[in-house]
Design a protein around this ligand. Structure first.
Ligand code: A3P
Length: 315
């Protein structure tokens, strides 16, 4: 089968030891040294924290609610994922992908993301799961950055399902094993708390907007207003209600421009699963046994001891 990028393919990057696939090594200096522009808009997150939802929201607010364009051009093109090629940047992945024309074309496109972004016309929209320390150092003083964070217990459940949808890392095992990898910082872009805390520490920077997934779900219109204010835009009540409706879970799931259905041609993707999965806060309770709940509590207490970062309580 296509499961050829294995979980033991990794490097540890930077003083915080971020876990990333080997393929990241070549990309690291290209990304770090990228020229950033004052009108760039970046969305940075730990995976499965509500990235896609925030991207679509931001893009529509910034583009005067151009729904026709949002429908016509897939979000992955409007808002490229800068380090995407790291998964494919290995001999093993290439061997699998080069077997058929469609996958070969996708491989080529993904490998060109950084170059394309570098030559893209302004205004650029860029997605990354990298912590600020691995992004261009001038980022925050130059352009606007939005970060969305989510309760890590829901993140890990969502990530577990994501790995069943996109099997590029070849992960197999049950949820408990996956949870252990997460808290041992052995999943891509971990340590989770270090990644999120880097953005949290900058939350008062005028170019940073730090949001929580739980708050977005709780009040989409309020979130749209916050993003609009951050981007220096105003929104009418009508625009607010149309965008809220567009971003609702049910509409999102059907929306081919954002739901990643197009990835289903990709050899690593499981056609029976979907990217937009459940869209709820607090669902982790159904996945954690007593031992894991205690581990989670200790792990969170330990990592939150030196910060005032707190996740919103789910009502
Ligand atoms: P679940 O797996 O818990 O459902 P990311 O975009 O960072 O990969 O995050 C994906 C998570 O956001 C998934 O969580 C997904 O279902 C959820 N999500 C995506 N679109 C959403 C929407 N419009 N409303 C609520 N949740 C959404």
């Amino acid at each position: 089968s296509g499961a050829s990028c294995l979980i033991d393919d990794f490097v540890r990057i930077g003083p915080k030891g971020y876990w990333l696939p080997h393929g990241f090594t070549d990309l690291a200096p290209k990304i770090y040294n990228m020229a950033v522009r004052p009108d760039d808009i970046w969305v940075t997150t730990y995976p499965k924290s509500g990235t896609t939802l925030l991207q679509e929201l931001v893009w529509l607010v910034a583009n005067n609610f151009d729904y026709a364009k949002a429908e016509a051009i897939p979000l992955v093109k409007r808002f490229p994922f800068i380090e995407f090629a790291m998964f494919l940047n290995s001999e093993k992945a290439r061997t699998v992908l080069e077997r058929d024309a469609k996958n070969k074309a996708m491989l080529k496109a993904i490998n060109e993301v950084i170059d394309q972004v570098s030559s893209m016309q302004s205004q650029r929209y860029i997605k990354s799961h990298l912590p600020l320390s691995l992004l261009p150092p001038a980022l925050l003083d130059t352009c606007r950055v939005m970060h969305v964070a989510r309760d890590p217990r829901d993140v890990v459940v969502s990530y577990y399902h994501h790995n069943e949808f996109i099997q590029s890392r070849g992960y197999s095992g049950n949820f408990k094993q996956f949870w252990n990898l997460f808290i041992q910082n052995r999943l891509d872009w971990t340590p989770y708390f270090e990644n999120v805390k880097e953005a949290w520490e900058k939350r008062n920077h005028p170019n940073m907007l730090f949001l929580f997934y739980e708050d977005i779900l709780q009040d989409i219109p309020a979130t749209i207003k916050r993003v609009a204010a951050f981007l220096g835009k105003t929104v009418t009540d009508e625009q607010l209600s149309r965008l809220s409706n567009h971003l609702s879970f049910d509409n999102f799931k059907k929306n081919k421009s954002v739901n990643m259905d197009a990835l289903k041609d990709f050899v690593f993707v499981n056609k029976d699963k979907s990217f937009i999965r459940k869209g709820k806060a607090g669902g982790w309770h159904d996945y954690f046994d007593e031992e894991m709940m205690q581990q989670a509590q200790q792990w969170m207490e330990y990592n939150l001891r030196d910060t005032d970062l707190r996740f919103p309580t789910v009502k």
